[in-house]
Design a protein around this ligand. Sequence first.
Ligand SMILES: [Ca+2]
Ligand SMILES: [Ca+2]
Length: 250
Amino acid sequence: MKRAIILFITAIILCSFPSQLSALPEGAVARLGKGSVSEVAFSPDGSILAVASSIGVWLYDAHTYAEIGLMESNAWVASIAFSPDGSLLASGSWDNTIKLWDVKSRTNIATLEGHTSYVSPVAFSPDGSLLASGSYGEVKLWDVRSRTLVATLEVPYVNSVAFSPDGSLLASGSDDGTIILWDMKPYINFTEYNCDVNSDGVVNILDLVIVSKYIGKPASDNVKADVNKDGIIDILDLNIVSQHFGKSSP
Ligand SMILES: [Ca+2]
Ligand SMILES: [Ca+2]
């Protein structure tokens, strides 16, 4: 009889345990992911959820929660960031590199090498022109378009980096309990952009209106509205004009 009671209790425990594991926490709508997860990020338009994991970066449809695919990595991915227009995703890895991925095709289009320790935080500047990456003893700034190193800023081990909304400052947080604010103006080529789209001498609402009108069109439809000269008139051009709002045309 005693043995039967023990077996009965064991059966109850075995039956109830899996259901507790599979049950979602109260208020949760889905459980996603494979591999140990280090960071999650939504695309700027909210359509994709990216998950940095020990085997690469998983992409999920943020509306249906369906798996889109895996961008495989040989090294643990510690951090991820979408570019402001959502076309690129940067990942920082334990193999000391940063990878740039084309989100639509999920292909690796560039690998940035130069750090001598694993890369933890990555962040794009609001205009998408710069990428900041943190590692042991340094923050590196990369030109996104040419994929070249712009500067190395010496700082204790960096756990986090963030650009200010106007792109003029970069904050880095370190293991030693300090946060350093870096002036980004020397690294942003403001004169590269002609934000005075209608050439009336000032960057104002009229310039935003023109860029908005041609959003999604090729640069050939209005050469001046392609402010960053990347061949397409898009949200990046709007962002850049916004950042220079109220300034006189150089
Ligand atoms: Ca203007
Ligand atoms: Ca453009």
